[in-house]
Design a protein around this ligand. Structure first.
Ligand SMILES: Cc1ncc(COP(=O)(O)O)c(C=O)c1O
Length: 373
């Protein structure tokens, strides 16, 4: 293929452009303005939570979520080991304690069967992050957390519109966070959201995103907050994209299904299937895992080969226990065998909504050629 196929590309429609122009013309360009509130309302309704608070990124949403819990230094949070750094950054910044949990090999989310062993009297919350593939079984996690009185922060950044048993991802968390970065199901360029059913928490989120201005004396501030506000322009794009989330999800599923059908017979790689009894796969990305190492190919080498064929790819996340930021914790690699494997042998293929069938078929031909018997 002559033209490079990027790993992702946002699909910007004329109506997205028109809405930005309209917003600029209205002169409501900062976070003040009607679109932010409307986006919060429509988005939280779409998820099935009462309150939505729009912020500047998914990372900002996680920072606010964790700070709003008002945890003490001895309190612990359980987080996935195989995840984005944004899950652990707020914990490190607030000096809180944490426990890491390994992922499942063919699911890539935290292994739910290992959670109960990690819970002790100081455990207060769990960050449940849906990663790349099928969602976490939030129905199962909810039962464990209710029994153990733990708060769930559901990181649904990658799964906007995904359902588990007909209930939306995000609606299971006590607090849920989302990202609207350019590669997400809907985008505002940069942006994020928190949703919850708890009014007090939603007020705390609003205060923290806006410098925690004093309630009595505006410039005598109530807490150490941030400027994590979303602009009215970003919200206008979000509102417009939310209107077509149904067709976006449908297209992602179709793209994933085509990849799956082209690659499913290749026994040397694993690609998640389009459907399980609890969920349809909406393929935020087309992740694949190298199963057979007779080719002496790890993800890095396979990705280099695909680059020669003008195909953009991205490696999987680097697990937390191997982050140089965290060396002082001296983790035991044996506890994180699955994360180690998938971070070395997993990567993802072009996933854009703009992909043509011929491009998907070309990528699959190249992948099948690299991993042929
Ligand atoms: C699961 C997850 N959480 C959080 C984030 C961070 O979102 P943002 O890039 O908007 O800060 C991402 C980004 O890709 C993500 O995949």
């Amino acid at each position: 293929m002559k033209k490079f196929i990027p790993v992702n590309q946002p699909l910007i429609k004329k109506s997205d452009i028109d809405t930005v122009i309209k917003c600029m013309e209205s002169e409501w360009i900062s976070s003040e303005g009607p679109n932010v509130k409307k986006f919060e309302k429509n988005f939280s309704k779409f998820i099935g939570h009462k309150y939505g608070v729009a912020v500047s990124s998914g990372t900002a949403a996680l920072e606010i979520a964790i700070k709003a819990l008002n945890l003490k230094k001895e309190d612990e949070i359980i987080i996935p080991n195989f995840t984005i750094i944004s899950n652990i950054l707020p914990i490190l910044k607030l000096g809180l304690k944490f426990k890491l949990i390994d992922c499942s090999i063919f699911n890539w989310n935290m292994n739910l069967s290992k959670i109960e062993k990690l819970i002790n009297k100081n455990t207060k919350a769990i960050i449940a992050t849906h990663i790349y593939n099928f969602p976490i079984r939030m129905d199962i996690l909810r039962k464990i957390c209710t029994k153990k009185k733990l708060i769930i922060i559901e990181d649904a950044a990658e799964v906007i519109g995904q359902k588990i048993f007909n209930k939306k991802c995000g609606s299971y968390g006590d607090i849920s966070t989302y990202s609207f970065y350019a590669n997400k199901q809907i985008t505002t360029g940069e942006g994020g959201m928190l949703t919850t059913n708890n009014k007090l928490l939603s007020e705390k989120f609003k205060s923290l995103r806006n410098l925690s201005f004093g309630k009595k004396n505006r410039f005598n501030h109530d807490d150490i907050g941030w400027n994590y506000r979303m602009t009215n322009i970003q919200a206008s794009i979000g509102l417009n994209q939310l209107k077509r989330i149904g067709s976006i999800i449908k297209k992602r599923h179709q793209v994933g299904k085509r990849y799956f059908n082209n690659l499913k017979n290749n026994k040397n790689i694993y690609i998640p299937e389009p459907k399980k009894n609890y969920a349809k796969n909406i393929y935020w990305v087309i992740g694949i895992l190298i199963l057979n190492n007779k080719y002496k190919l790890n993800a890095k080498k396979a990705m280099a080969k695909l680059k020669e064929k003008n195909i953009g790819t991205r490696p999987f996340f680097w697990p937390m226990h191997k982050q140089k930021l965290l060396t002082k914790y001296k983790f035991n690699s044996k506890d994180f065998k699955n994360s180690e494997y998938i971070s070395k042998y997993g990567f993802y293929l072009p996933t854009s909504l703009k992909l043509k069938n011929s491009e998907i078929d070309y990528v699959c031909r190249c992948v099948n050629k690299i991993f042929c018997d």
